[in-house]
Ligand binder design. Structure first.
Ligand code: ATP
Ligand code: MG
Length: 494
């Protein structure tokens, strides 16, 4: 199947998001769609998926003009769409989620659950995945939810699959699994659109690329002819820095110390020390327990044994409010589920953590709030219409920046960032790294949780590597390289 989009225009109010954009894809190609946060990638694919209507422009399928006024039209033409924001129903089991909107029925309209289960299991087997198809989606880790979405697209037998950042919350091992799946689909003639900010993944997986900048198509071609630096330059319009950011720092005092922390389920006997002014990385593969560990310490996860100390004082935090009183801030891993408050606007989403500090007689001092947020929005270069627009009007990466600004404004002594650059473009990633280092220079102890060894090497002074809930080792100096980190993370060093 061949898809062509020609002369596509789309505006939201005064914001001209797509300006005369063209896009094409043939069966068997894996085409990367690249661009900075807010460049218009999701919007363009939403038009192809029938979610949005173009103001002007045409779509051709195998040379025939197509009209997609609803998602179902696009689906019926063989185009499956895995959205950036996940689309599963928490209170249904996995196998029912696989069939949303197309549930097979027996006589009298009764759902054919046995069939749905069997089909789901067949696809999982094809994907080489061991996941119980009857568990509720609510109980799944974010990465498994993403895998269920991918499985659903595969099951639909689509000729074209659009994947909007499918790997942003997957760890290396699952990414491998998904990649080999994508490659075998392409080998069978399926066309894939792959949106990602991880340029190294693009180099490994994709055959072609198309780059959008500010709503214009600025470059396209074969991936074999370019480097990641070229792609980054196309995206931002100038060279992007890539040297390491490690700094020289003096000795300082401990701001957070963990001694023998266990929950007997996700993490076991973890001891570590975070010092004022340093950036400590904590990394590992899926199931390493790092997120659960810090969530518990923050008072928002399960109970644990062992002792935590903040600036030498033994503490056991019971709630996030109490954590903030101690100067501990925490950016949770999954923006889509734990970060954004959908009913609030951009400004409120950014400022909610500082409300207790900027209120008088129970009222928020609006002017102070605006001033604080404005300076953050400028630092992080948040691309938005107005501050009182709904948070959902922002592109994925810009939503992430708003959540990040929330915790930076809380003026913490200890800042824990779980997967802070999820869905963020190359340029903005560098801005976030700069801000992390600036905070550390100001004496904040920063903990970066990340499964990307490259990111750990790039921004951390030192890193602790976890394996199945235990500390497998730590790296710094010359040992801070991707190879040594992976060796510890896969348990190969044990
Ligand atoms: N429903 C909407 N209402 C108003 N503005 C919108 C809406 N959807 C998108 N926009 C705006 O359109 C622009 C492009 O957004 P889009 O989501 O396509 O970006 P993107 O390239 O996918 O970015 P990211 O990498 O951050 O996901 C942004 O400025 C965004 O704020
Ligand atoms: Mg997007």
């Amino acid at each position: 199947m061949k898809i062509e989009m020609k002369g596509i225009y789309k505006s939201f109010g005064a914001n001209d998001v797509l300006k005369d954009v063209g896009f094409s894809l043939e069966g068997g190609e894996i085409c990367a769609l690249l661009g900075e946060n807010g460049a218009g990638k999701s919007t363009l694919m939403n038009i192809l998926g029938g979610v949005l209507q173009a103001d002007k422009g045409e779509i051709f399928i195998d040379g025939e003009r197509a009209e997609f006024s609803e998602p179902v039209n696009s689906l019926e033409s063989g185009i499956a769409f895995i959205h950036q924001e996940l689309n599963l129903i928490n209170d249904l089991p996995v196998y029912e989620n696989m069939f949303i909107g197309r549930e097979p029925r027996k006589r009298f309209g009764i759902l054919d659950k046995a069939y749905m289960k069997k089909e789901t299991e067949r696809i999982f087997e094809l994907m080489n995945m061991s996941l119980d198809s009857s568990v509720m989606v609510r109980g799944l880790d974010a990465s498994y939810k993403q895998i269920v979405e991918i499985a659903r697209a595969i099951m639909m037998n689509a000729s074209v699959i659009i994947m909007d950042e499918p790997t942003s919350s997957l760890t290396e091992l699952e990414i491998e699994r998904v990649f080999s799946m994508i490659k075998s689909l392409a080998a069978r003639g399926v066309g894939i659109v792959f949106i990602s900010h991880k340029l190294r993944e693009v180099m490994r997986l994709c055959t072609r690329y198309t780059v959008l900048r500010d709503g214009n198509m600025v470059a396209r071609g074969a991936v074999a002819d370019v480097t990641t630096d070229d792609l980054a330059r196309f995206m931002v319009g100038h060279d992007v820095r890539t040297e390491s950011l490690q700094r020289n720092k003096g000795v300082s005092h401990s701001v957070l110390r963990l001694e023998n922390i266990s929950d007997s389920r996700n993490f076991f006997g973890v001891s570590l020390d975070v010092r004022s002014g340093e950036v400590l990385g904590v990394t590992g593969l899926l199931g390493d327990g790092r997120s659960e560990l810090f969530l518990s310490i923050f008072g928002a996860g399960g109970d644990y044994s062992g002792q935590a100390y903040i600036e030498g004082k033994p503490v056991k935090l019971k709630s996030s409010t109490q954590a903030l009183e101690y100067g501990l801030a925490y950016l949770p891993r999954n923006r889509k589920e734990n970060g954004i408050l959908k009913d609030m606007n951009i400004l409120e989403n950014g400022c909610i953590a500082v409300w207790p500090r900027i209120s008088k007689f129970g009222f928020i001092i609006r002017a102070t709030q605006k001033k604080m947020f404005d300076s953050q929005a400028q630092d992080l270069r948040i691309k938005m219409g107005g501050e009182t627009d709904p948070i959902t009007s922002l592109s994925g990466g810009n939503q992430q920046k708003v959540i990040l600004s929330r915790w930076m404004m809380s003026d913490p002594k200890i800042l824990i960032l779980d997967n802070p650059t999820q869905g963020v473009d190359v340029g903005a990633k560098e801005e976030i790294y700069d801000i992390i280092l600036r905070l550390a220079d100001d004496g904040v102890g920063v903990v970066v949780l990340s499964s990307e060894a490259q990111e750990i090497v790039r921004v951390c002074d030192r890193a602790v590597v976890m394996y199945h809930g235990r500390v497998a080792g730590s790296v710094e100096g010359l040992m801070m390289n991707e190879h040594d980190i992976m060796r510890l993370a896969t348990g190969a060093a044990q």
